[in-house]
Design a protein around this ligand. Structure first.
Ligand SMILES: C[S@@+](CC[C@H](N)C(=O)[O-])C[C@H]1O[C@@H](n2cnc3c(N)ncnc32)[C@H](O)[C@@H]1O
Length: 212
């Protein structure tokens, strides 16, 4: 999706993807997640997952929308310091640093020292050609890392994305040099995806450890 699509979602408060609490597949992994100082959360929105992650890590997010960054700190009762960093605005307070701007132009210095990535509703938010660019950018920013990814599967053709289907085969192709391991399954058929309801005959989220 183009930046304008997402800016409009935020401007119109059309946040069907927004979780009310940390994702159960993240909660299931959190205690056993690797020791690391920092976690990178690409396309982070104002996700409550960032609060769960902050119990163990310094959280570095990347997000396009100013509204998302503003609301994330306001809703957490934090007053951020905002500085201009080339093409991005850096919002920071407490355990959080959000780099506001286009993920695809994020400088490597933003993620210096990061070894861990968490992706919920980032890869699956992008159409297929952008997913290729997204995976390549992550691997270019962080030549060595481990990522907890939450994917989504439903029968292709039963609905249009976003969110898009990302199959196990596609994950293995996008991260061809990585070790890919299934970590958990969350069957949400009939229960909806965050605030949205889809009439798909199946709807399944999976968590994956991807190490490269
Ligand atoms: C489906 S939402 C998911 C947000 C968050 N991960 C969550 O779980 O709530 C996708 C987010 O990606 C952001 N986004 C889309 N394209 C982006 C880009 N090129 N750079 C940075 N953020 C982007 C959107 O503004 C939106 O907040």
């Amino acid at each position: 999706m183009e930046p304008q699509f997402w800016q409009q979602r935020w401007a119109l408060n059309e946040l069907g993807f927004q979780l009310e609490a940390a994702h159960p597949l993240l909660c299931a992994q959190l205690a056993a997640m690797p020791a690391s100082q920092k976690v990178f959360v690409p396309l982070c929105g104002k996700s409550p997952d960032m609060h769960a992650l902050a119990s163990r890590y310094q959280v570095i997010g990347a997000e396009l929308a100013e509204i998302a960054c503003r609301d994330f700190f306001a809703e957490a009762g934090l007053l951020p310091q905002i500085t201009q960093q080339a093409q991005h605005q850096l919002w920071q307070s407490g355990a959080y640093q959000l780099w506001q701007g286009d993920f695809f132009t994020l400088p490597a210095e933003a993620v210096a020292g990061v070894e861990l990535i968490y992706d919920r509703a980032a890869l699956i938010a992008l159409p297929e050609p952008m997913r290729v660019q997204y995976a390549a950018k992550l691997q270019q920013l962080l030549p060595t890392a481990q990522m907890l990814l939450i994917s989504l599967e439903y029968p292709q053709g039963e609905k249009q994305g976003p969110p898009f289907v990302v199959s196990p085969e596609e994950i293995r192709t996008l991260f061809a040099n990585a070790k890919v391991e299934l970590a958990g399954v969350h069957n949400i058929t009939g229960q909806g995806f965050a605030r949205r309801r889809f009439a798909t005959s199946q709807l399944v989220e999976k968590s994956w450890w991807i190490r490269w």
